[in-house]
Write a protein that binds this ligand. Structure first.
Ligand SMILES: *Cc1c(COP(=O)(O)O)cnc(C)c1O
Ligand code: SF4
Length: 339
């Protein structure tokens, strides 16, 4: 899959700071290892996983990785490893049944009242464990005109009161494109809420700029932002200020994480993550069990261990700081709560 981090409409236009950060993201495992003072053999392991789903890591995120530490929990999320080519029969290319739940090009509905819109296939990072590595993004509409016909399915179903912008990462859209998409959704009278699932506030905090805040603040829709942070080290001062801007604009911010082996599968890491989130006024929402996607088997944590970890979190933290441990099972009417 080709990584297209910039929208066609921004070609030729002057790129703003956060777009330059996307453009200068690290894409070469050797360069990543050099900059992080890691043995180059680590980069040479990468080949198989790399071909399918290349390395992509913005510098602002790489700066939060500890130099010289091959086990750094942030590094493991971005560096392709040889273990990605381990095949496992239970790990497939569409583990969560997205293809069967597609109701129009780029629109997935699995649950009552909520429709998920694939705003773009691009992200500000390629997370090694992501189900997205096999998704056929080229089948989703591109550009506002193309969206209009897909949005018809939401317009014609008055039970849909929430639109979830996902992807890829919807905040990879430039300000003008994002605003046009929000305005199109707003024009559907029965839609009340707009949920934005994005890793950009973590990856490139400069993305939270005044244009974006203004689009959300001037919308009649209730906006909710769900960020994706797996480890306390992902939150530095700049991320903290980006989150604060959203919250001060009256936008609730929730977090979802994925339980990942060697990244956050211990009680100290999970408690520390919840504490830093709450200190940043972000509410822990979901801790997702890994989707069983081909190439990610080495990240899996046994469900029973996950349940025990979350039960232990409950003995150490206030109730609001404990995320629900969930899994996404094909054909269910909601996420399945494991703990
Ligand atoms: C996870 C998901 C949602 C959101 O579910 P919530 O429990 O409301 O957070 C909506 N649609 C799809 C297709 C999803 O995968
Ligand atoms: S930001 Fe989200 S959608 Fe994008 S690669 Fe990471 S986990 Fe996948």
């Amino acid at each position: 899959m080709a990584i297209v981090p910039l929208q066609p409409s921004s070609v030729g236009a002057r790129l703003v700071d956060w777009q330059l950060e996307l453009k200068s993201a690290i894409r070469d495992p050797i360069q990543l290892c050099r900059e992080l003072e890691l043995p180059l053999e680590l980069a040479h392991q990468a080949h198989e996983g790399e071909r399918q789903f290349p390395l992509f890591a913005p510098r602002s995120f790489v700066r939060r990785i500890e130099k010289g530490n091959p086990c750094d929990p942030l590094l493991l999320q971005v560096l392709p490893l040889a273990s990605e080519s381990n095949s496992s029969a239970d790990f497939t290319t569409d583990p969560v049944g997205d293809l069967t739940a597609t109701i129009a090009p780029g629109i997935i509905q699995k649950y009552h009242g909520r429709a998920l819109l694939i705003a773009t296939g691009a992200c500000a990072i390629n997370c090694r464990y992501c189900f997205r590595r096999h998704f056929p993004y080229h089948e989703a509409p591109k550009g506002e005109l193309a969206w209009e016909s897909s949005l018809e399915v939401i317009r014609s179903d008055s039970s849909i009161s929430e639109v979830i912008l996902s992807g890829g990462d919807p905040l990879v859209l430039n300000d003008a494109g994002f605003q046009r998409l929000v305005r199109q959704i707003e024009s559907i009278g029965h839609v009340e809420r707009l949920r934005i699932h994005s890793r950009l506030p973590i990856m490139i905090p400069a993305r939270i700029n005044s244009e974006l805040i203004q689009t959300l603040q001037t919308s009649r829709l209730v906006a909710i932002v769900v960020i994706h942070c797996n480890h306390a080290n992902e939150i530095d001062c700049e991320v903290g200020s980006a989150i604060a801007q959203l919250i001060e604009a009256g936008i609730p911010v929730l977090n979802q994480s994925v339980l990942l082996r060697n990244v956050n599968d211990n009680i100290e890491a999970l408690v520390e993550l919840s504490e830093i989130l709450v200190a940043s006024r972000v509410m822990p929402y979901y801790l997702n069990a890994l989707d069983r996607v081909q190439g990610a088997a080495h990240f899996e944590v046994e469900t029973q261990k996950g349940v025990e970890l979350v039960e232990e979190m409950r003995t150490k933290l206030p109730g609001y700081a404990v995320p629900r441990f969930v899994t996404d099972s094909t054909g269910e009417r909601s996420k399945t709560i494991l703990a």
